[in-house]
Write a protein that binds this ligand. Structure first.
Ligand code: ADP
Length: 376
């Protein structure tokens, strides 16, 4: 694993502007102790960080001899700003340059996925989560005269896509353009965003619709995935090379060499607050709970398979198995950038869930290293 950070090749894998697309950046964030943790006299820390190495150790009864490396580890004192800058900003910048991108949060319920991703921070801007900061950066970069930003906000529950901006719309189909592979959601509400206030208001509407829908269905928000889709359209003048200008202008490349032609550049950012990764005790559950658990397991395990396939540079990313991965199909792999933040709690009481969350993130990093070593 150490090779990742010392060889020139592996350094090129750091997640910055010129990092190869297709790779998934995986980071970990620890939630601060809450009142329950603090009131527990037998409290044992579950994680020990080695921040300078971007590594952490786990403790069940004793500390693991092994430490686990990530692209970054965030201790409980990490600010929302820092988390955004490391986890999401590079993806947002790439989306602004015309590529698709995805940011996802994965972890046990109560470990801070929604805090990290969806926190509105209306009264205190330092509290803002990834979604609001991303939209702020995107809106700032837009030219109101020629560019546009639009959003849809959805919930994926038991393999059914529901529109959080128009709750009467359920079972929204996923359409894939056979030629371009572009994924779209016919019928989903798409709202044009003018400014950040507009957007924060829309998010609030979406959240209250989500709450109402889940009360109606007698379920918790943690049992569904919340998906924000941000569509960006920019008018740019691009310098084209001989071959493209020749194609665009009917073969007269000598006339159009080095020309700048006006094009509309479309890209899409997906921000996903995933359903809680905790295993539901199948023996104890029955009926709807068991069904919920099956669907969550299906989508999270198929997401894991896709991430592994990406890490192995596999030509085939198995996105067909679940609606979640079908929805992500054109937003990870290829030229798209993907960032996964894993959230964990501090208590050794939750060792089993924490360890399985950590392993989910580790799998692709280890695969990447072994691929890399093969190349070496
Ligand atoms: P999840 O979405 O994973 O179920 P939440 O985001 O709802 O978890 O977080 C659970 C609780 O912990 C919330 O009260 C949230 O405000 C708090 N919390 C989570 N992460 C942090 C953090 N980094 N700093 C302060 N409070 C946090």
């Amino acid at each position: 694993n150490a090779k990742r950070s010392v060889t020139p090749n592996s350094r090129a894998r750091s997640f910055d502007a010129d990092e190869e697309p297709g790779r998934v950046r995986v980071t970990v964030r620890l939630r601060p102790k809450n009142a329950e943790d603090l009131s527990n006299a037998d409290f044992l820390d579950c994680v020990e960080f080695q921040p300078e190495l971007k590594r952490l150790k786990l403790r069940k009864n004793n500390w693991s001899s092994e430490s686990y490396q990530f692209d970054e580890v965030f201790t409980e004192t990490a600010s929302q700003k820092r988390v955004y800058e490391v986890v999401a900003k590079p993806v947002v910048e790439s989306v602004l340059r015309g590529h698709n991108g995805t940011v996802m949060a994965y972890g046990q319920t109560g470990t801070g996925k929604t805090y990290t991703v969806g926190r509105l921070g209306k009264d205190d801007a330092s509290e803002r989560g990834i979604v609001v900061r991303a939209l702020e950066d995107i809106i700032c970069d837009m030219s109101p005269a020629s560019d546009s930003v639009e959003v849809s906000y959805l919930q994926l529950y038991m393999e059914s896509i529901q529109d959080l901006l128009a709750p009467e719309k359920t079972n929204i189909p996923i359409n894939e353009d056979p030629k371009t592979g572009e994924v779209s959601l016919p019928g989903a509400t798409v709202v044009k965003i003018q400014d950040l206030d507009d957007f924060q208001h829309l998010l609030q509407v979406g959240e209250s619709n989500r709450h109402a829908a889940n009360t109606r269905m007698n379920t918790e928000s943690s049992r569904s995935h919340a998906i924000l889709m941000v569509y960006i359209r920019r008018s740019v003048h691009e310098k084209v090379n001989d071959e493209i200008s020749s194609r665009e202008k009917g073969g007269k490349s000598d006339l159009f060499d080095g020309n700048r032609i006006p094009i509309v550049r479309k890209s899409k950012l997906l921000i996903v607050d995933l359903a809680g990764s905790e295993r539901i005790d199948k023996s104890g559950s029955e009926g709807p709970l068991l069904e919920e658990a099956k669907f969550i397991n299906l989508s999270l395990s198929s997401l894991g398979k896709c991430i592994n396939a990406l890490a192995e540079n596999s030509p085939h990313i198995p996105t067909r198995d679940s609606k979640l991965t079908r929805l992500l199909r054109d937003s990870f792999g290829g030229s798209a950038r993907t960032s996964l933040i894993i959230t964990i709690g501090p208590s050794a009481r939750h060792y089993t869930e924490t360890a399985s969350t950590i392993m989910f993130g580790q799998r692709q990093l280890q695969l990447e290293t072994s691929t890399h070593q093969k190349v070496l």
